[in-house]
Design a protein around this ligand. Structure first.
Ligand code: GLN
Length: 231
């Protein structure tokens, strides 16, 4: 039997402000669904994690360059990303929505003509906005973290933003000051990711741990704790 001191430590990169998946609580501790999941998986599978809250796009780069072992950051499993990442089995599903400042008269894509829309670097929300910006005639402004995206909408520089429905729904509920005006599109799954062809041992441990957490009720408990919804 292995002694605890021999447990392997994996470095895991994550986003900084992406509640309810990852965010700093009032004690400056990183919490949320993703943080609790990876820690619970590590406990089940007998390894340690060192969390690197470096931001979503930086996390993507860090995994691809092999600076960290993996990332968990509300990351959507996409065909494009599968070229450079190996993903775990899905642990959550979410789509992309448009949000505006509370009280704004902008409620549709058509009203974005000539306006500025805020997006987050490297995200599927940004890809979605970029794919329709010509059609609807809007400009985009990019930020590295979601808080800056929302602030840009709240100050009125941008009239809207595109981000994950699960995150914006949580934001609306917790008094972010934004409202969602479109139905979720491009709904997909979140997965834990490693560099393609690397860290397969870690990936397998994640899948095994996730399965066990689903079986023993821990997964459902975590989801309910942060979303109020049954998993
Ligand atoms: N789910 C989105 C993506 O994978 C956003 C992730 C994030 O901003 N942390 O691109």
């Amino acid at each position: 039997q292995q002694v605890e001191a021999s447990e392997k430590t994996y470095t895991i990169a994550t986003d900084v402000t992406f509640p309810p998946f990852v965010y700093a609580n009032s004690n400056n501790k990183y919490v949320g669904i993703d943080m609790e999941l990876i820690k619970a998986v590590a406990k089940k599978e007998g390894f340690k994690v060192e969390i690197k809250p470096i931001g979503f796009n930086a996390a993507i780069q860090a995994v691809q360059s092999g600076q960290v072992d993996g990332m968990i950051a509300g990351m959507s499993i996409t065909t494009e990303r599968k070229k450079t990442f190996d993903f775990s089995n899905p642990y959550y599903s979410s789509g992309i929505v448009m949000a505006v400042k509370k009280g704004s008269k902008v409620t549709s894509l058509k009203q974005l003509k000539g306006k500025t829309v805020a997006i987050k670097t490297g995200t599927s929300g940004a890809d979605y906005a970029n794919s329709i910006k010509k059609k609807y005639g809007f400009k985009t402004v990019t930020f590295d973290d979601s808080d800056s995206v929302y602030d840009d909408v709240k100050t009125g520089n941008a009239v809207a933003c595109f981000d994950d429905s699960a995150v914006l729904q949580y934001g609306v509920k917790t008094g972010l000051g934004l409202k969602i005006v479109t139905k979720p599109t491009d709904t997909g799954n979140y997965g834990f990711a490693v560099r393609k062809g690397h860290n397969q041992v870690l990936l397998n441990k994640f899948n095994k741990g996730l399965k066990a957490l689903k079986k023993d009720g821990t997964y459902a408990k975590i989801i309910e704790k942060y979303t109020g919804k049954k998993a």
